[in-house]
Design a protein around this ligand. Structure first.
Ligand code: MSP
Length: 513
């Protein structure tokens, strides 16, 4: 079985500082990376910034600065955000790095050599904001402007000499590939959209621009720069040192397990990217997963719409882990979602402080009084104990499987249920009334501690900082935890020390006016 896992986020445009939509993709990618790590995989987790193209050149001009200096500064805010979000990324790529430029030029030459590129003239609509070409039927009039229907961004007419990629040649092969690899485009609801687009007929794609210079030069014709999407998509393999196919990183991690992206950029990832790869004889990634948007009201949150929420503001008030928990649990993965402060506060008060934090406090406080801060005996486990412990054992394969389908909601629902049942179990068993039956009292505390251990492991990918603290109950560190052990009933060793921990989550005073 392949125990290597490669997950990527899109590389972000450093045209403005990051917002909640960017934080969302990155946090979810981090969730998968951390889950796979505790499940025994070698994980490569890539994020970065997409620094070429007219959008960035214009943003730099607006700031009266050189594009590279401009990118240096904003790319740094994305790198810092990765740290603030506690991402466990193993690389951060910038498309202005030499390692990337070399790969892009190599791919260009491969496409050219294989007869997939020709020189002609482009005339048509272009959106700088999306860095995308649109056909006549994909645009409409709005307040005297022409806009792209899907994104709402303004398009401009361009006419210039351009190199083209023979995308039309790949129509049948793409459809065949989607057909044979039913999970390649996920979720299913998004797949049809792509299939219909391809079936409606693919036109050759303009892949170079002459009107500006901020980009990677076309080999042998430096009047042209390479289209920013061909440049950007290549980051997923330039970070693995392609074309050196003997490089350890490339051998281990290509093809990628999943490219996690927002649904707005599905066409680039599910149509153009596989066509470029096929044409260059490079294997295709296993999956493209297009998630929904973080909305502001009922619109996509985006800089161009001026409706952004800065994740740092939320983190300052509520802390990072509550935000991570909220985004992972409350946004139904694959669909659009809103940030509701009210719901975020509910998550903190009810799930994190009450159901999880309080359970940890209660059980350890009880163990302190009644079990001398040691793991008690598990000799007298009864059917009720085993039933609740068994839930984890029975569900382990399903949990893994659902995670491989990016079904985060199944995973989170399982945790929320398990917390509910664990609290109910401790209440119903009333260990405080079992002082005359020490062995039974100990079995209840043992069971409760085992459940806490299992849930704590499961919460690690969601709220890693808080879990690092919670693991101290069992003298464990994040590096020690193994997902598989949620199936064990007797992982904790009778007689081992346990520790008290400080309060994990403070409740929020809710203003209900
Ligand atoms: N640079 C391109 C991606 C190139 S990948 C080879 C790009 N950059 S972006 O900065 O505009 O957006 C990157 C990603 O950020 C989106 O695809 C999406 O994953 C995420 N989001 C940006 N706004 C978002 C929301 N409002 N909601 C959720 N995610 C969104 O496109």
């Amino acid at each position: 079985m392949n125990k290597n896992y490669y997950i990527t986020t899109p590389i972000y445009y450093p045209s403005a500082k990051p917002h909640m939509g960017h934080a969302y993709t990155s946090i979810v990618a981090d969730f998968f990376a951390r889950f796979k790590r505790i499940d025994g995989f070698n994980v490569h987790f890539l994020t970065g910034t997409d620094e070429h193209g007219l959008k960035i050149q214009r943003a730099a001009e607006k700031n009266n600065t050189d594009p590279l200096l401009f990118c240096n500064e904003i790319s740094e805010t994305f790198r810092n955000l990765s740290k603030t979000l506690n991402l466990s990324n193993t690389d951060f790529i910038r498309t202005t790095e030499d390692r990337h430029k070399k790969t892009v030029q190599h791919i260009w030459s491969q496409l050219e050599k294989n007869g997939n590129i020709y020189l002609s003239k482009y005339s048509g609509w272009y959106s700088v904001s999306d860095e995308a070409f649109y056909s006549e039927d994909e645009i409409t009039d709005k307040e005297g402007n022409k806009i792209a229907i899907t994104s709402g961004s303004v398009v401009e007419w361009i006419e210039e000499e351009s190199y083209f990629f023979k995308l039309s040649n790949w129509e049948e092969k793409l459809l065949d590939y989607y057909d044979k690899n039913s999970d390649f485009i996920s979720p299913k609801s998004k797949k049809n959209e792509v299939v219909n687009f391809v079936k409606s007929g693919l036109k050759d794609l303009s892949i170079s621009r002459m009107a500006f210079s901020w980009g990677i030069k076309v080999p042998n014709n430096t009047k042209h720069v390479i289209y920013v999407w061909l440049d950007a998509l290549t980051n997923y393999i330039s970070a693995l040192n392609y074309p050196d196919t003997n490089d350890e990183l490339y051998k281990k991690y290509w093809p990628a397990s999943v490219h996690l992206i927002g649904k707005d950029i599905l066409r680039f990832h599910a149509v153009y990217w596989p066509a470029f790869l096929m044409a260059a004889n490079i294997p295709l990634p296993e999956k493209i997963f297009g998630h929904g948007w973080i909305l502001s009201g009922d619109e996509k949150m985006s800089k161009s719409k001026g409706n952004i929420l800065d994740p740092l503001d939320i983190i300052k008030i509520y802390g990072l882990d509550p935000l991570r928990y909220y985004l992972i649990k409350e946004v139904s993965f694959g669909n659009d979602g809103n940030i509701s402060i009210d719901k975020l506060e509910d998550c903190i008060n009810s799930d994190l402080a009450n159901n999880y934090g309080n359970l940890c406090q209660r059980v350890t406080a009880f163990a302190e009084k009644n079990c001398s801060m040691k793991i008690p005996s598990n000799k007298k486990l009864n059917n009720e104990d085993l039933k609740i412990l068994n839930k984890f054992t029975e569900n382990l394969p399903k949990l893994r499987n659902e995670i491989d389908k990016q079904n985060i909601n199944f995973y989170m629902d399982f945790i929320v249920n398990a917390l509910f049942e664990a609290n109910k179990y401790f209440n119903d068993q009333e260990p405080w009334k079992k002082k005359n039956d020490k062995m039974r009292l100990e079995a209840i505390v043992y069971t409760a501690l085992e459940i806490i251990r299992k849930i704590t492991i499961m919460l690690y990918p969601v709220i890693p900082d808080s879990i690092e603290k919670a693991l101290k109950i069992f003298n464990l560190k994040p590096a020690d935890i193994v997902f598989e052990t949620i199936a064990a009933h007797n992982y904790l060793k009778t007689g081992d020390d346990i520790n008290k921990i400080s309060i994990l989550f403070k409740k929020i005073e809710k203003n209900n006016d």
